[in-house]
Design a protein around this ligand. Sequence first.
Ligand code: T5A
Length: 212
Amino acid sequence: MTGKLITLEGGEGAGKSTVLETVRELLAARGLNALVVREPGGTKAGEEIRRVLLDTAHHGLCAEAELLLMFASRAQLVRELVRPALAAGQWVLSDRFTDASYAYQGGGRGQPQARIAELERWAADGCVPDLTLLLDLPVAEGLKRANGRGSADRIEMETADFFERVRAAYRLRAAAEPARFRVIDASQPLTGVLADVRIAVGRFLDANGVRA
Ligand code: T5A
């Protein structure tokens, strides 16, 4: 049996990294040793690409180059790690995936959806998550949390309007694919967020016949 791909999405400072560990533990409690990856990055080449994407020195990077670099990282990640793991029956947990490109490069930068969809088919080999947890919270709150951690990277330096478009794009995608997305209210205190995450992941595991 092939494994499943679970992704975590959301705007800046939504709490993905914080939630990721809980999801990993929930899977482990049911005997699933998940492969955990992040985007952009996750492979040796991908981490180099990430460095270019987030470095403030590249503030002049054009939207087209940004989109292609996101998918260059993803193309490598899918072929080097994600596809082989899924084929071997291992579950994969990814901190961001293609929905982030629809939200940031599509919603944020205005790149056409059809272009991103073509890259998803070609560069990402049609790899689509089985479950996506969207951590949704007001932009100002997320930026406050993210800024509390130190200096901003190239994308974190974008305007509030940019992040409003990112949030709107994420919410549209979630509304369009309710079977795959679970929207979590990430503005709650962490205990509430984690409780909702436990319910969503627990139901997904039950639905896929994964017993404790
Ligand atoms: N990107 C990525 C694209 O543009 N296109 C793409 O295709 C892809 C894949 C890097 C950037 O690349 C962009 C999006 C990003 O700008 P990233 O490394 O995932 O992606 O960067 P961030 O989104 O910036 O990830 P962060 O690590 O900054 O945010 P997290 O993981 O969402 O937030 P986290 O868990 O670090 O939490 C932030 C702070 O808030 C606190 C935490 O303790 C932490 O201090 N916190 C809470 N506080 C109060 N209540 C809660 N419920 C809290 N949850 C967390």
